[in-house]
Every structure is written in structure tokens, then in C-alpha cells.
Design a binder for this molecule. Structure first.
Ligand code: DQA
Length: 148
């Protein structure tokens, strides 16, 4: 069974309540239940923290055993050299996800310090971004097992 880890950073525990015009009105737990139904053959581990060091600890913990990590580092995207370092230290591929289109928002959100360490990024597609990242990570493994 493929193992994928989803890690959400600060304030994303308030999804559904927080600025619904920007982030939508769905709680992440409800979305996660949908994803788990859609990807029944994938073991999806979920972690959220508002604390930078806890996000780094989770990247270390899961980053050598997950088949891929989907990371929304939220505000730390724009500030955290240490999260970039953690991404570069682990062996699992990391896909960066943002619910909102950060490039259409304030200028300080245009720069991601973590993108350089990520396989790719999805932004502005709402919660679908997580689904697309999951699809990519799982299909890629399907493809590589077909050709190996
Ligand atoms: C976010 C975008 C960030 O700029 C912001 O700080 C967040 C959420 C997004 O998912 O759109 O907290 O990562």
C-alpha cells in the first residue's frame, strides 16, 4: 500500500471558518474523509501544526518512509529557511500546495522559500490542489512499477 503524508501548517486547522472567501467553507477533516474514500488503496497520514519545529519534526519522521509528502506550509512558506532545509534533508518527494493563488495576493506571498526543495507546486485550485498532488504521487508510482 502506498503511503502519502499530508502536512498542513499554521492556521489551516481553521479551514472552513477562516476567511471562507479565500480558503472555502469546507473543514479539512471533511475533505480528508472524502480523499480517503477516493484513494482507498492509499494510506494517507495527516498532520497539522501551528508550530514550525513540529512541522520540521514531522518531515523528518515521515520523510524517509512516505511515498510522497504533500505540504502546505501556510505562512511559513514565505519565511522558513529551516523548512526548506528539512525538505532538502529527507528522501521523499514533497509537493507544495496552496489553496489560494498566492501570486494574485499580497507581494510577500509571491515568494516561496520552500519551492526550491519541492518536486512541484500547485496553487490557487482550492482543496483540489491536494487531490491533484495525491493523483500525481500515486500515478507516478503506478507508472514506475509498470515500467520496472
Ligand atoms: C496558504 C497561502 C499562504 O500565503 C497563507 O499564509 C496561508 C495559506 C494557502 O493555502 O493558500 O496560511 O498557504
Amino acid at each position: 500500500m502506498q503511503k502519502i503524508t499530508i502536512i498542513n501548517g499554521p492556521n489551516l486547522n481553521l479551514l472552513g471558518v477562516r476567511e471562507p472567501s479565500v480558503y472555502g467553507d469546507m473543514k479539512f477533516d471533511d475533505f480528508l474523509a472524502q480523499l480517503r474514500k477516493e484513494f482507498q488503496d492509499v494510506e494517507i497520514t495527516y498532520f497539522q501544526s501551528n508550530i514550525e519545529g513540529e512541522l520540521i519534526d514531522k518531515l523528518h519522521e515521515m520523510g524517509f518512509e512516505s511515498d510522497g509528502i504533500i505540504l502546505n506550509a501556510a505562512g511559513y512558506t514565505h519565511t522558513s529557511v529551516s523548512i526548506l532545509d528539512a525538505i532538502q534533508a529527507i528522501s521523499s518527494d514533497v509537493i507544495e500546495v496552496h489553496i489560494s493563488n498566492v501570486h494574485a495576493r499580497e507581494e510577500f506571498r509571491h515568494k516561496s522559500l520552500i519551492s526550491a526543495g519541492c518536486k512541484g507546486s500547485v496553487c490557487g485550485l482550492g482543496l483540489d490542489g491536494y487531490r491533484l498532488a495525491l493523483l500525481h504521487l500515486t500515478q507516478r508510482h503506478l507508472r514506475s512499477s509498470l515500467f520496472s
